[in-house]
Design a protein around this ligand. Sequence first.
Ligand SMILES: Cc1cc2nc3c(=O)[nH]c(=O)nc-3n(C[C@H](O)[C@H](O)[C@H](O)COP(=O)(O)O)c2cc1C
Length: 200
Amino acid sequence: MTEHKSKNFVVGITGASGGIYGIRLTETLLSLGYRVHLVVSNAGWRVFKEELGYAVSDREGLLNQLFGGYPGSLLYHPVQDIGASIASGSFRTEGMIIMPCSMGTLSAVAQGSSDNLMTRAADVMLKEGRPLVLVPRETPLHAIHLENMLKLSRLGVKLIPAMPAFYYGPTSMDDLINFMVGKVLDSFQIEHTLFRRWGE
Ligand SMILES: Cc1cc2nc3c(=O)[nH]c(=O)nc-3n(C[C@H](O)[C@H](O)[C@H](O)COP(=O)(O)O)c2cc1C
């Protein structure tokens, strides 16, 4: 494993369906030796409970269960902690990924609302010109969703919709999840073997 401990990534997990994507992304970045600053929205915690059956009354305990294997590398910031390191542009990070990204958070980022740590950290990426990747998950999409995405795309935000492909022969849910995480890592030019590339 290459040591990237001086490199900070911000990962946001919102209340869109597919919290498992954000968990897999966090695990993968940690396993690659990065430090992850994690923010989970209140709806994100709710989706963990609904979709994954996690007991979310003890949030820190759950995170320790999930990511305890990487001591010191996972920094969890409560979504209301607008004084956290990642709320400031002076704190250096490689970028932020919101995976999955709800239409609510996508809209708040597009409006620059910065009303909690999730949207503030995303706003910091925009103002500092750092990579911001959103993995939206909703269907069908209406005009406001599409307008918000277009606005963000024009600002340089990378939109990687949670749309796993089938050309690489996935046979399990894990394969589909890994494909999406791999596409996110590709956008940062991070080497991985999460899926078989076309032509390989
Ligand atoms: C089980 C569950 C699944 C949801 N799936 C989606 C979804 O795929 N996309 C979405 O935009 N909102 C989804 N929502 C609704 C959001 O959680 C809701 O709009 C919430 O206010 C978003 O807040 P956040 O952006 O702070 O996480 C879902 C809610 C629940 C409980």
